[in-house]
Design a protein around this ligand. Structure first.
Ligand code: C2E
Ligand code: CA
Ligand code: CA
Length: 900
């Protein structure tokens, strides 16, 4: 929580409040105290003044009484009586003067019974004032204060009698001196003054007696009270200050103590703001603040539990979203504020900071898809149009992913809001792409397959039609690939196909493998067939150049680990529109061209030309005739003798197929046997050969010819298909032939494709009692080590070795090696195609057992066999020149001499 602390903290407020309260209370207490005190003091002063006034009054009364007493005493003296009774004014005056002198009176006056003054002494004016004053006085004596001339006097009026007769009054006035007043002041404890009546300047006063314009009063200055009050105030102030200081110093810890739990709660709240919900206030206070702190902790506890539950469910949700690779997001249309779930952020690659905006989302979208995405968002935010689209996003590390975004405007929570989901579909897209790739590509080589090729070709033709151009295709088929597959196994075949694909691609596309628009496409059409599409052909010669470069590329040996294979190919070339109006025709004609290249001797290329269709037609006719020949029994077997090299004596015959068609003429077996194998006719043909040969043999034996054996050629397909062992057993049984009379010639190619299976078949055949010969030894992939494992009886050295025997070439050495090795393995060796005596002589020297060839005889029809047997059985070895040509001539009487 990043809240700026208020300047007036709660602690300070509390402190100030406490201080204010303390100050106020102290001030109030002082004020009340002061008021009470000053009231009390004034009251005390007033009662003091009252008492002083009473005292002064009493003092005045005493003084007056004393004066009256004194003058009474004087008046009762006989002297005074005598004077009075005389009534003589002069005497009285004299007496008054003496009396005044004696008593220190200011004036002495005698008033007669009539009330008029008879004699006086002292101040006459005072006497006169007194006479007026005394007029009306009763007979009794009295004393009073009197003011005259601004001075106070004590006056005593005394009734004078002689006997019972009232004679008048004696009036004496004595000046009240300042000393007397001073004395009174001291006695009553206040100042006693005579003053004019009226307002006083300061202090308090009490009038004791009023005497005309003057009054006798007691005054007090209040000064002592004021000083006492001041002293008291000073003490109170000091006490107040001390109390305030104590209050201040006490309120500070109090305020701190009260605020501390609040601070703790605040700090806890800040921790919570930072995401730490484990923080606790843990207050042990037993007051309301403690209660607040405990309530806070309790609330945190509950909050923690709820948040944990929330987090748990969010985790589950997030996990579920993660599994589904699904995220969600929302956009506020007014502010553009974007919120996204964790998974949503991860999928879009949004920044992790808070306060995301719509623009942050747009920044993640691939630049090519961004306008589309922005348009969809704006339409949704503006018009409420829901959207769904697949688009790419670019992650910060540069990776690209494909996602599916969808959204709609929701108005549920009051205001409108865009709610959307996003799903990572990169893998799905990749799988789709992979499936598409698999559907359109060859699994082995990764090249386009037939389907994709057809699509490209159709497009290329459409495009060429538009711009009046032409399209070329170069179709190639590997020569003798089947043989590789059969002899070396499919894995080697596959490896070879991959290597071939690489080289063809290199020729057609350079280093690139992926075809671009308007550039060549290489496809594998199946098996060992490849095709190159050249969508824009400027001149046909370019196609010829491409074909030549493919031929030369493929002529280099292929290094396949333990093997170095050389394989050729035959190429057909065709262009649209000249060689076919549509894709189908174009492909068919290109295939024809390739076929012709193959026929022309393989490892060559051929442009399509119309006459080729006629040739293809010929092949169809040929196949058809072959089938019908088998059905119609048009095949024959001719027999070529085998003789001992040393003696020239007959050992047996090899049965060789002959076919002479009415239209095609004599067809050599090298041609039709291959076709029969290709079109699956060889099984039936092979069965026929075996039966025919066995039947002929049976006939010859029955005719009494000496025993020999007959060799029958067996195609590899017959061994592969199975059923050969049963067939041989059945034929032997049907004809009753000795199994040893039958020899089967097999070529090594069958042994190499499925060696174990083939060896099993061969062993089964040997168990029947027939012998086995390995034909055409030395032409294939024959390895001498194979021989050890094969259950064979003899080895037939191919004609090509024998042909060059006398040339002194390497073949002689090779033949010698083959013969000696075969000998060590206990095999008989038969040399094929021996035409010359020199060859026979050499073979003789090399230790070859048997020979076969025109030197002895070409293959002859069955009816010639008995004669030939007679001749050869009796024969001695002769060294005659020219015999080969003689035999040849004789052999060609019925059969055409086979070529190569
Ligand atoms: P192959 O088994 O090697 O048969 C020997 C071939 O060499 C025969 O050719 C034979 O006429 C020829 N030949 C024999 N001596 C000489 C000679 O001194 N000089 C020359 N230049 N050639 C000689 P043919 O009859 O044309 O047979 C060709 C191939 O046809 C045979 O070769 C064999 O592989 C196949 N074939 C023939 N008959 C049958 C058959 O009944 N079944 C099967 N599966 N294949 C057969
Ligand atoms: Ca043979
Ligand atoms: Ca042979």
């Amino acid at each position: 929580m990043n809240v700026k602390r208020p300047r007036l903290t709660v602690g300070l407020r509390l402190l100030l409040a406490l201080c204010a309260v303390a100050s106020l209370a102290t001030g109030l207490a002082l004020l009340v105290q002061d008021r009470a005190l000053s009231g009390d003091l004034e009251q005390a002063a007033r009662s003091r003044l009252e008492r002083a006034a009473e005292a002064v009054d009493l003092l005045v009364e005493r003084r007056l009484d004393a004066m009256a007493e004194r003058y009474r005493a004087i008046s009762e003296t006989p002297q005074f009586r005598a004077n009075l009774e005389s009534g003589d004014v002069a005497t009285l005056t004299y007496y008054a003067e003496r009396l005044a002198q004696a008593q220190g009176a200011a004036s002495i006056l005698f008033v007669d019974a009539a009330g008029s003054s008879s004699a006086h002494a002292g101040d006459p004016e005072l006497a006169q004032a007194l006479a007026v004053q005394v007029d009306g006085i009763g007979r009794e004596a009295s004393a009073f204060l009197f003011v005259h001339g601004g001075r106070p006097y004590t006056v005593g009026a005394l009734e004078l009698r002689t006997g019972r007769r009232h004679v008048g009054h004696l009036v004496a006035a004595e000046l009240l001196r300042a000393e007397s007043v001073e004395e009174w002041s001291q006695l009553c404890g206040a100042s006693v003054v005579f003053a004019f009546a009226g307002p006083r300047r300061a202090g308090i006063a009490r009038t004791v007696r009023t005497l005309g314009p003057l009054e006798l009063r007691v005054e007090s200055s209040l000064e002592p009270e004021r000083m006492a009050l001041d002293r008291s105030r000073r003490r109170l102030l000091l006490a107040g200050c001390v109390a305030l200081a104590l209050a201040f110093s006490a309120s500070f810890p109090l305020a701190r103590g009260m605020v501390r739990p609040l601070l703790t709660i605040q700090r806890a709240a800040e921790h919570i703001g930072r995401g730490n919900l484990r923080v606790r206030v843990a207050s042990g206070r037993r007051d309301e603040l403690g209660d607040v702190a405990r309530a806070f902790d309790w609330m945190l506890e509950r909050l923690g539990e709820s948040i944990e539950a929330l987090q748990r469910s969010q985790r589950h949700l997030s996990r579920a979203q993660q599994l589904a690779r699904l995220g969600s997001f929302g956009i506020d249309p007014d502010s553009g504020v974007l919120v996204a779930s964790e998974q949503g952020r991860a999928i879009y690659g949004l920044p992790t900071r808070v306060g995301l905006q719509l623009e942050d989302l747009l920044a993640c979208i691939h630049s090519e898809d961004e306008p589309r995405f922005r348009g969809a968002l704006e339409a949704c935010l503006g018009r409420g149009t829901p959207f769904q689209l697949d688009h790419r996003i670019v992650e910060r590390n540069g990776d690209r992913r494909v996602v599916h975004s969808q959204g709609e405007l929701s108005t549920e929570a009051g205001g409108a809001r865009l709610e959307g989901t996003v799903q990572d579909i990169t893998e799905r897209k990749a799988v789709e792409e992979q499936v598409r790739h698999l559907a359109y590509h060859d699994g082995l080589t990764g090249l386009a397959n037939r389907r994709l090729f057809h699509e490209h070709l159709a497009l290329a033709i459409a495009e060429a039609r538009r711009r009046d151009g032409s399209v070329g295709i170069v179709f190639l088929d590997l020569d003798r690939f089947k043989r590789v597959n059969d002899t070396l196994g499919h894995s080697v075949g596959d490896e070879l196909l991959q290597a071939v694909a690489d080289r063809v691609v290199r020729c057609a596309l350079g280093r690139r493998r992926r075809p671009r628009d308007c550039s060549s496409v290489v496809a594998r059409m199946g098996g060992d067939e490849f095709i190159v599409l050249v969508p824009e052909v400027k001149e046909p010669r370019a196609l010829g150049r491409l074909a030549r470069s493919i031929l030369s590329e493929l002529s280099r040996p292929f290094d396949l680990g333990r093997l170095n294979l050389v394989i050729g190919c035959s190429i057909g070339i065709a262009t649209w529109p000249s060689d076919g109006a549509d894709a189908e025709a174009l492909l068919r004609n290109c295939d024809t061209a390739m076929y012709h290249a193959k026929e022309r001797g393989r490892n060559s290329y051929q442009f399509y030309s119309e006459w080729m269709n006629a040739a293809s037609f010929d092949r169809l006719v040929f196949e058809d005739r072959l089938r019908r020949a088998l059905e119609g029994g048009e095949f024959e077997l001719h027999y070529q003798p085998k003789v001992e090299v040393v003696s020239g004596r007959l050992t047996g015959f090899e049965a060789l197929l002959r076919w002479s068609d009415e239209e095609l003429g004599v067809v050599p077996p090298s041609e039709f046997v291959t076709v029969a194998e290709e079109i699956g006719l060889i099984d039936e043909l092979g069965r026929w050969v075996l039966r025919r040969a066995a039947a002929d043999m049976r006939g010859w034996l029955e005719a009494g010819l000496p025993p020999f054996h007959v060799s029958v050629n067996v195609s590899g397909y017959q061994i592969e298909r199975g059923g050969l062992v049963d067939l041989v057993a059945k034929v032997l049984e049907e004809t009753g032939l000795e199994p040893s009379c039958l020899d089967l010639e097999i070529t090594e190619s069958v042994l190499l494709s499925d060696e174990e299976g083939a060896v099993d078949v061969l062993e089964d055949l040997r168990r029947l009692g027939v012998t086995l010969s390995l034909d055409d030894f030395g032409t294939g992939y024959s390895s001498l080590s194979y021989l050890r494992r094969l259950p064979i009886d003899s080895l037939k050295i191919d004609r090509c070795f024998v042909q060059h025997l006398s040339d002194g070439s390497d073949d002689a050495a090779l033949t010698a090696a083959i013969i000696s090795m075969a000998k060590t393995l206990g095999l008989r060796v038969v040399a094929e195609g021996v035409e010359q005596e020199s060859q026979r002589e050499l073979l003789h020297e090399l230790g070859c057992d048997e020979l076969q060839g025109y030197l002895v005889s070409a293959a002859v029809p069955p009816e010639d066999v008995p004669r030939l047997v007679q001749e050869l059985v009796q024969r001695r070895p002769k060294r005659r020149r020219g015999s080969a040509s003689r035999r040849r001539r004789r052999g060609s009487g019925r059969s055409r001499r086979p070529t190569g």
